[in-house]
Structures are given as structure tokens and as C-alpha cells.
Design a binder for this molecule. Structure first.
Ligand code: ADP
Ligand code: MG
Ligand code: ZN
Length: 485
């Protein structure tokens, strides 16, 4: 970044709630990938004479998201009509919340291990319905007309509006990642950006370092990936600082990110709220939150990732990095805890290692979700325990993991079948040690001459002839003892 100008960013993030049905009708929300216009009814296509009925599950999810983001819940919120004419909006208005959103004044702490924590305030969260989708091309073929798919129209969204507290593209990236993680954790959205379940608009301005007021902002749309957000912010920062440096000024406008060209382009001058002619929707009563119901919702919020991360460190003695990895999804953290529960700290660490190295590598290689793991959490816990009690070397554990993954069976079964148990019997070990010393006279001589390095290579040889089963700690001691008079 230019040292004279500071980037100022506020994000508006739309998140599709994981309800079964739409916000005001009983159409299914699984329209993505379903035949076009197969998930529609008179309500979500705006036919005359119909009435919207609010989906209770959507409200519950929205409230839970707000609670997880430390927001205040309004005693009553009001649905408003946001009027604009565009073909993806069959009613010519979107039901949203305007003056009285259901929640305000929250915050999200960015994870910053070792550094001062950065808190991004959340200005408001409101509930609204999604619009339909316009199709201007089919595959590579550009159409000279547009098609409309209303499957998405009326699907429940929350819009999470941050304060303009973000100061770099990196921070925007971390904020989005943390937001997504929390929302996924509490299970109110899958946040799959490729399916449009999480969409982001970015408001960007720049100001001379040290200046208190904000500069004029541009609003960037069409940010379909976290990558796009980062690239667009960096581009926009450059555009605005260059404009200012050359004596120009930034105009408040809405710009579109073009990922191919890597530039933002003017879309329209910024519309003001007045353009939308907001007014309370007369078909929907105010949404009043019952105190008991709110308590119930609060109680149902699971432990959030940041808290869980700290607990994994203190309860299981994991490193911060291991805890970070294991809490990247709730399912993974659950898997780890199911494997580690009730076992000593050392086994928990080994469990974390096996997950990080063996399990995740396998799942990645086979593009499988965790739920499809061929090894159950409890069995992975047993595997770690066998490493801790010395039955298996780390190599043996890896071999057992592979055998279980590929052929099934319990730890006990594969250890027996493949003869993986680590040999700690000193008699057997010294037979191997003597064999190795005999066939490696040079290393043996180096050893006698006091070259410590020879020990390592001799241990390696013993591991080889024992097919990885020799207990390396004991072998190491026996080799050193072998040269003592
Ligand atoms: P609207 O998009 O409806 O005009 P708001 O005024 O609520 O909405 O602002 C939307 C977003 O823009 C918020 O995230 C806010 O923090 C951010 N924002 C407002 N002013 C600026 C600015 N000067 N620079 C960067 N972001 C800003
Ligand atoms: Mg906006
Ligand atoms: Zn419908």
C-alpha cells in the first residue's frame, strides 16, 4: 500500500440461510441446480392477491447469526418494501428491512495470533428475500435475449453490514473467512460462495494517513470469491489513490468487478435510499421477538470457533496452530474431540497429528468430506493410544492407518494381521543391533571413534531390517551401549 493513503473498507455480506423453504412461501430452497423455475409459486412470483407468511425457521437462523456476532436484537423489527424495477424482481419490490432491522451493533474479533486483536464492528444485520437470476448466455453462446430463473427469488438472506473498520485487503479477507466460519459453525448457512450462498459488496474509500474523516467511497459489486474481494480492493485502492494524486476526486458510484480484466468498471452512479421509496410492508406485521423464545435460541448456539480454539489448547495441550486447523470446521473439531476424549494429553496430541497428516491428506486426495472418512473417530483415538503406550511406532501407526483406510478393520486387527506391533523386547533388539553392527563395519568403526552421527544411520539400518517395528528409543540406547567397554 501507498504510505500516504489509508484504505477504508466496509463490507455488506449477503448470506443465504439454510432453511428448507423460502422466506414467505413454502417453495423449496434447493433451486440451485434444479430445473429453472421449478421452485416457484404465486407468492414468490408476485401474482396478484397473494399474501406472504413469514418463515419461522428463517427468523430463528437469522437471530442465531446475530447472537453469534454479538449483535443487539431489536424488540421489534419491521419489513419494508424496497421498490425498484428490474426483471429479476417479479413484485417490483424486494421485501427487506430498512429503518428497523432486527439487529444492530455487533462485532467480530479477527483472529490474529500473537498480535493485538482487531475488532470489526457490525453496523446491522437485516433479513430480506433474494431476487431471481437473469441468464444472458447459455454456456459460451451469448443470447440476444435474457432468461429468468425465479428459483432463487424469495430465498431467505441475511445482510451483514460491517462498519467501515477494515483497513486492508488482507483484513477484508480475514474478516470474510472468520464470518463464514462462525456462520457455518452455528449451522445457519453453508456459505458456499460458488453457489452464491455468500455474496459480498465492498465499499472502499481512501484517505490521507492521519485524516479522521472518510473519503468518498465506491461500492464494488460482483465479488464472487474471497479472491475477487482481495483483488478488487487492491485495484480500487490504486485507482482512487492515483486519481487523488493527480488532482482528481473520487465520485460516489457503484462499480462492477471484472475478474477477467482485473478492473472495476462504472456501473451506475450511486443510488440514494430515496430512490427506493422504502415503506413498511402493509402485508407483514412487525416482527416481535418473545423473550423466552430468544433465551431458547441463545441456548442452542454452539461453542463458537474462537472459544473452542482456546479450549482445545488448554484442555488438550495442543499448539495454537493445531487448534486452528482442527477448528476450521465444526465437524473436524467434533471428530477430533470424539477421538481424544478421555485419553491422556499425549494421545490427544498424537490424534491431532494423525488428523493433520494422515486423515486430511487422504480426504483431500480422494476429495471426500469428513463424514465419509473410512476411519471412525473412536478408532483413530485407539490408534493414537497405541502410539502412546508404545505398541506402535509412528511409522507403524501410519501403516495401520493406511491398512484400516484401505481394508477396514480395527486397530487391534490390523496390528495383528500385519505384525505392526513395535518390538521393545531387548533380546530381540540386540540381535538386530548386532547384525547391523556386523554388516556395517565402517559405521561401527565410526561409532567407536566417537562419531555421534553414526548412531543415527545404524538406528536407521535396524529400523530397516525390523521392517519399522523396532523401538527406536531402545535401539538408540543399545547401539550406544554396544561400544562401552
Ligand atoms: P448503502 O450501501 O445502503 O448506502 P450504508 O451507508 O449503510 O449503505 O453503507 C454501506 C457500507 O459502506 C457499510 O459497510 C459502511 O461501513 C460502508 N461505508 C460507508 N461509508 C464509507 C466510506 N467512506 N468508506 C468506506 N466504506 C464506507
Ligand atoms: Mg449498499
Ligand atoms: Zn414460492
Amino acid at each position: 500500500m501507498n504510505s500516504e493513503f489509508e484504505m477504508v473498507v466496509g463490507l455488506e455480506v449477503h448470506i443465504q440461510l439454510a432453511t428448507r423453504t423460502k422466506l414467505f412461501c413454502s417453495c423449496l430452497t434447493d433451486g440451485f441446480g434444479s430445473p429453472a423455475n421449478s421452485r416457484i409459486c404465486p407468492i414468490c412470483t408476485g401474482q396478484p392477491g397473494v399474501l406472504p407468511v413469514l418463515n419461522r425457521a428463517a427468523v430463528e437462523m437469522a437471530f442465531q447469526a446475530a447472537l453469534a456476532l454479538n449483535c443487539r436484537l431489536a424488540a421489534a423489527s419491521v419489513f419494508a418494501r424496497k421498490n425498484y424495477f428490474y426483471p429479476d424482481l417479479p413484485k417490483a419490490y424486494q421485501i427487506s428491512q430498512y429503518e428497523k432491522p432486527f439487529s444492530t451493533d455487533g462485532w467480530l474479533d479477527l483472529p490474529a495470533p500473537g498480535e493485538a486483536r482487531r475488532r470489526i464492528r457490525i453496523h446491522r444485520i437485516h433479513l430480506e428475500e433474494d431476487a431471481g437470476k437473469l441468464l444472458h448466455a447459455i454456456g459460451a453462446r451469448k443470447l440476444d435475449y435474457s432468461l429468468i430463473d425465479f428459483n432463487r427469488g424469495g430465498v431467505p438472506l441475511i445482510e451483514v453490514v460491517s462498519e467501515a473498520d477494515i483497513r486492508s485487503s488482507e483484513e477484508a479477507f480475514v474478516y470474510l473467512k472468520a464470518l463464514k466460519e462462525i456462520i457455518q459453525y452455528i449451522g445457519v448457512s453453508r456459505c458456499d460462495m460458488e453457489k452464491g450462498e455468500l455474496r459480498c459488496d465492498a465499499n472502499v474509500s481512501v484517505r490521507p494517513v492521519g485524516q479522521a474523516e472518510f473519503g468518498t467511497r465506491a461500492e464494488i459489486k460482483n465479488l464472487n470469491s474471497v479472491r475477487a474481494v482481495k483483488d478488487a480492493l487492491e485495484y480500487e485502492y490504486r485507482r482512487q489513490t492515483e486519481l487523488l494524486a493527480s488532482g482528481g476526486r473520487v465520485i460516489q458510484e457503484t462499480r462492477l468487478w471484472d475478474p477477467q480484466a482485473g478492473v472495476t468498471q462504472l456501473m451506475r452512479s450511486k443510488e440514494g435510499a430515496a430512490d427506493y421509496r422504502y415503506f413498511p410492508d402493509p402485508d407483514l406485521p412487525p416482527l416481535v421477538a418473545d423473550a423466552r423464545w430468544l433465551e431458547e435460541l441463545k441456548a442452542r448456539i454452539p461453542e463458537l470457533p474462537a472459544v473452542r480454539r482456546e479450549r482445545l489448547v488448554s484442555q488438550y495441550g495442543l499448539s495454537a496452530q493445531a487448534a486452528e486447523l482442527l477448528t476450521s470446521t465444526r465437524a473436524l473439531a467434533d471428530y477430533f474431540e470424539a477421538a481424544a476424549v478421555g485419553r491422556p494429553a499425549a494421545a490427544a496430541k498424537t490424534t491431532a497429528n494423525l488428523i493433520a497428516t494422515e486423515l486430511l491428506a487422504r480426504l483431500n486426495a480422494e476429495v471426500l468430506p469428513l463424514e465419509s472418512s473410512r476411519i471412525k473417530a473412536s478408532e483413530l483415538g485407539v490408534l493414537a493410544a497405541r502410539v502412546e503406550d508404545g505398541t506402535l511406532s509412528s511409522k507403524g501407526a501410519k501403516a495401520a492407518f493406511v491398512a484400516m483406510w484401505e481394508g477396514g478393520g480395527s486397530v487391534a486387527e490390523v496390528v495383528l494381521k500385519l505384525g505392526l506391533a513395535q518390538v521393545s523386547d531387548e533380546l530381540q533388539l540386540s540381535v538386530w543391533v548386532n547384525d547391523v553392527l556386523r554388516v556395517n563395519p565402517k559405521a561401527a568403526a565410526d561409532l567407536k571413534a566417537g562419531h555421534e552421527r553414526a548412531v543415527g544411520s545404524l538406528v536407521g539400518e535396524v529400523m530397516k531390517i525390523s521392517r519399522g517395528r523396532a523401538n527406536p528409543v531402545i535401539v538408540n540406547r543399545l547401539i550406544k551401549e554396544s561400544i562401552k567397554p
